[in-house]
Ligand binder design. Structure first.
Ligand SMILES: Nc1ncnc2c1ncn2[C@@H]1O[C@H](COP(=O)(O)OP(=O)(O)O)[C@@H](O)[C@H]1O
Ligand SMILES: [Mg+2]
Length: 233
């Protein structure tokens, strides 16, 4: 990623251009995402909605560089991921994208601080003290008294706070959240949404998948996915 800095596109964090994604099932190629065009500007909060099976998580995997397109382009911070090696892609993902999942995806045997600091070990940014930053972020999400608890000793809402702190630890350009409140009761979910709304106010770029129309109201813009296609409404 040598000309990394030169390639940075100022306006858009992510651009999907005529993106399609198919899965190979036996002998058949099953199209899941069909000719998706979507651009997200720096600082935007975009909600993605759509029925179950419409391709929301597949789209998130593409935006999050967890997988490669079947055709078309995924451009992250001005870089076309088709042109990156697997190693470069992994580094791009580690530096530029913070993930928040429905089921938290924390490492059970690690404490909250260790979970949050973990991505800094894999992607060591010079001059960053992972543990110190992890503690600051846990304070920010209201968990200063739970730093050394393990996931099993935390409530669902607390675990999701840890995972938000983890998503922020490498100061990513983009936060991707796939139904972040899907496993939480509505009051706990509101707390999580407030954290995301605050991050957005501070200028973070967020793409959130949700089933719930009231949560989509937090976003600047709602994108509807149906049968793998984006509908304007
Ligand atoms: N790895 C895979 N192999 C084959 N089919 C898949 C795979 N992942 C998802 N699909 C299919 O893609 C479609 C969209 O799935 P998904 O993106 O998870 O939808 P959503 O998140 O909107 O519920 C579904 O029909 C699902 O069965
Ligand atoms: Mg899904």
């Amino acid at each position: 990623m040598s000309d990394y800095q030169n390639d940075i596109d100022d306006e858009y964090v992510i651009r999907l251009v005529n993106l399609c994604k198919s899965y190979q099932v036996g002998d058949m190629e099953v199209p899941i995402l069909k000719d998706i065009n979507l651009s997200v500007k720096k600082g935007e909060f975009v909600a993605i909605m759509g029925p179950s099976g419409s391709g929301k998580s597949t789209l998130m995997n593409m935006i999050g560089c967890l997988d490669r397109p079947t055709c078309g382009q995924v451009i992250v911070m001005g870089m076309d991921i088709n042109e990156l090696s697997d190693l470069e892609l992994a580094r791009l993902r580690g530096f530029e994208i913070g993930f928040v999942f429905q089921n938290f995806n924390l490492v059970p045997r690690l404490t909250a601080v260790q979970n949050v600091a973990l991505p800094t070990y894999a992607n060591n940014k010079p001059g960053v003290n992972g543990n110190k930053r992890a503690k600051e972020l846990l304070e920010m999400v209201g968990l200063s008294d739970r730093m050394n608890y393990k996931p099993s000793e935390l409530s669902g809402g607390q675990q999701q706070r840890v995972s938000i702190a983890r998503a922020l630890v490498n100061t990513p350009s983009l936060i991707l959240a796939d139904e972040p409140t899907g496993n939480l009761d509505s009051k706990t979910g509101d707390g999580i949404m407030n954290i995301l709304a605050t991050l957005h106010k501070k200028g973070r770029t967020i793409i959130m998948i949700t089933h719930a129309p009231d949560l989509a109201e937090f976003a600047d813009r709602v994108v509807y996915l149906r049968d793998g296609e984006i509908n304007a409404k």
